[in-house]
Design a protein around this ligand. Sequence first.
Ligand code: HSE
Length: 435
Amino acid sequence: MKPVKIGICGLGTVGGGTFRVLEDNAELLAARAGAQLELIHIGARRDNPDCPVGDVRLSRDIFAVARDPEVDILVELIGGTTVAKELVEEAIRNGKHVVTANKALIAEFGNVLFAMAEQHNVAIRYEAAVAGGIPIIKALREGLAGNRIDWLAGIINGTGNFILSEMREKGRDFADVLAEAQALGYAEADPAFDVEGTDAAHKLVILAAIAFGTPLQFSDVYAEGITRLTPQDVSYAEELGYRIKHLGIAKQSAQGVELRVHPTLIPEQQLLANVNGVKNAVVVEGSAVGSTLYYGAGAGAEPTASAVVADIIDLARDLAVGQSPQLPALGVASAAIRKLPVIPMSEVVSPWYLRMEADDKPGVMSQVTSLFSAQGISIEALIQKAPSPGETRVPVIVLTNEAAQGCLDAAVKAIEALDSIVGKIMCIRVETLGS
Ligand code: HSE
């Protein structure tokens, strides 16, 4: 059989991992693909000492790979949305199939790139863009194809989960753990993408588009990161029987879809609550199958390479038998993709965790509770901590029943205006995830 010829652009963390997996498992991969996978061209502006490229052609101009008439599949692993977009477009124009791990590129420009790929009769695969080594895209697009997806929720940023786990388990400092995540190759080039929720928002949009058959709607996602969380919140949540996780949540209802990324309290007995370190996990609720959970390494060279190579094999299987890969990019025919309204956050309902600083004097709690009740919000639990020695203020923790954010914001504004409440109130959503 004709070998399938591969070009890789980018030899950083994921590029290096992909190079090694292709080399180490060559025989096995050829057997699975039904053809030899030949890495014939690498485009990299810098060498990677862990990847001796040997006889493989190396170009400093990565566009030379996209224009190489011999290359069947271009693997884009340079990241970012400027040069990477131009590179993918050039590859498509030159009739190459594309494999990418680039979530920002797919989330922000996927609609345009998929249409362009369809016109040129080539495929774009992006399993590695979401949740590292977990084959969640294949699960949604293929394994769960018989289901209506009602919702999905996941820990989809490994760096953020690593930071939260280390803070909770070892009381470590945020900045210190982030520096370690960077050294381990988990974090984005700009780690603000990890800790401010953008990376998880990119991934959520991709999952939601496949799950619900919608276009990629990155500008409509609500994204909040983990930077405002404090060790106190982590420990109060624990006292109440919850863990704080940074979740991406997509839900479908008659009103439209919810697309949101934010810190969330989840009951400690939930499987997701026990996903720690750089691991990711996604729960998907399907109409026929019920609840399913996908778990594994969410970042790192080899886990991400595992997903990149799976896509290469998928494409190679078709190419080996002379067939053009036909699987639609979002799992449904492009003509069937329809935009659903995104529900504004002010209307999104959930229970809430709140923490405030109150003067330790009679009557404060009754003022606070009456302001919640004025907004129709009922209180599930209220804890007033003892004041520290010499302090006149006490932390007050409130768990509410379900409330729309609009009502909660109005209650919080009124409570913050009380003389007896000091500073801003910390508000974090609670999710029970169907339990
Ligand atoms: N920075 C990302 C994360 C890498 O930590 O999840 C994997 O997409």
